[in-house]
Design a protein around this ligand. Structure first.
Ligand SMILES: Nc1ncnc2c1ncn2[C@@H]1O[C@H](COP(=O)(O)OP(=O)(O)OP(=O)(O)O)[C@@H](O)[C@H]1O
Ligand SMILES: [Mg+2]
Length: 335
């Protein structure tokens, strides 16, 4: 039996009235007919340029914003009728999350206050607070006033507050935006831990593409309110024909041999393209791209050696998620 997705959106729309410089009102579809299923326990990344609609989409999924069209369910609750139930069942860390921090309470007291609000069991409360303070490198600041700690530490405190309760869905809108490298690393490790150990479904937005690549099972690329592509990074690569490639540097290759070698390389299964560059002997190189590359690289080298071609060096390149992202947003309709 198929497992119900924890989030199922069909043709979801959010329209804002925006004013231009002459104060004329125009409708803007911040989220434009979005279809999206999110499955239990997955980490889904939302990537997109500024204004692509990521935060608006998250707010609708978290029960903070009412959609203007389409249908959607989050944990089985309807996004129109049950927004209060949705809000009570999900956690959200917004980029402005430290708004809820009370400057008259210490770091620890802030967490204690919210643990009471969230009705956490007394014993679990202390244990969870200690765990979060340690994990987010805030333990030595637990008795400090929030006003006296840095913006990055305040962001960590906000994240800790949102994680006091292990709700089944966690939305993280730019979770590492203000953090230094060590803080961002700690938060990423924590995201991985709560996803693996507690099976929490995580939807995150980030402008750090490597972060999405490292953390996410699937990535949805948004542009102008639409989801252009949504898949695992490996499948997105395949879909956009962004194959792994290898540059094989070699010694001098006579013209006749070059054509023969290209023909044989091109005939290898899984090879998507094959070319030769370099008129000068010292810069001669073959480039092949294949899916998957590992399965043909050995045969490609054997083929070149069978033609008595000297191999000097072999480099392999894997297209990054950044290449895929730029391909997608620069060629509309690439999904
Ligand atoms: N309350 C609002 N009123 C009017 N327009 C809004 C409102 N909220 C968002 N928008 C507009 O909707 C579009 C999508 O905004 P959104 O904040 O969802 O983008 P985003 O992908 O999260 O961008 P960023 O990467 O900058 O955070 C933008 O054009 C934005 O100006
Ligand atoms: Mg945003």
């Amino acid at each position: 039996m198929a497992v119900e997705p924890v989030i199922a959106l069909q043709q979801l729309v959010k329209t804002f009235q925006i004013r231009d410089s002459l104060f004329r009102s125009h409708p803007l579809n911040a989220v434009d007919n979005v279809d999206l299923d999110v499955h239990t326990g997955e980490v889904l990344g939302l990537l997109g340029r500024n204004g692509a609609g990521k935060t608006t989409l998250i707010k609708m999924m978290a029960g903070l914003l009412r959609p203007d069209g389409g249908t959607g369910r989050v944990l089985g609750y309807d996004v129109y009728r049950d927004h209060k139930k949705i809000r009570a069942s999900v956690s959200l860390v917004a980029p402005t999350a430290d708004v809820g921090t009370d400057n008259n309470l210490t770091v620890r007291q802030n967490l204690e206050f919210w643990a009471v609000v969230y009705d956490l069991d007394r014993q679990l409360r202390d244990q969870r607070i200690d765990e979060l303070l340690t994990f987010l490198n805030l333990k030595s600041y637990e008795d400090h006033w929030p006003i006296s700690i840095s913006a990055g530490m305040r962001q960590r405190l906000a994240i800790a507050r949102s994680l006091l309760v292990h709700n089944p869905i966690l939305f993280l809108d730019e979770p590492t935006v203000k953090l230094d490298a060590a803080g961002a690393h700690a938060v990423r490790e924590f995201i991985r831990k709560i996803n693996r150990e507690f099976g929490i479904t995580i939807i995150l937005t980030t402008h750090f593409i490597f972060e999405a690549e490292r953390l996410c099972d699937r990535v949805a690329i948004m542009d102008e309110g639409k989801i252009m592509s949504c898949d695992s990074v490996a499948n997105l690569r395949r879909h956009l024909q962004r194959y792994d490639s290898s540059v094989i540097q070699c010694g001098e290759v006579p013209e006749s041999l070059r054509r023969e070698a290209i023909r044989h390389l091109g005939a290898l299964p899984q090879v998507a393209s094959c070319s030769f560059q370099g008129e000068r002997a010292e810069a001669a190189q073959f480039e092949i791209s294949a899916d998957p590359l590992e399965s043909v690289l050995f045969d490609a080298l054997k083929t070149l050696r069978a033609h008595d071609i000297d191999i000097h060096a072999v480099d392999t390149n894997q297209p990054s998620l950044e290449d895929i992202f730029l391909d997608t947003v620069n060629s509309k309709g690439a999904s």
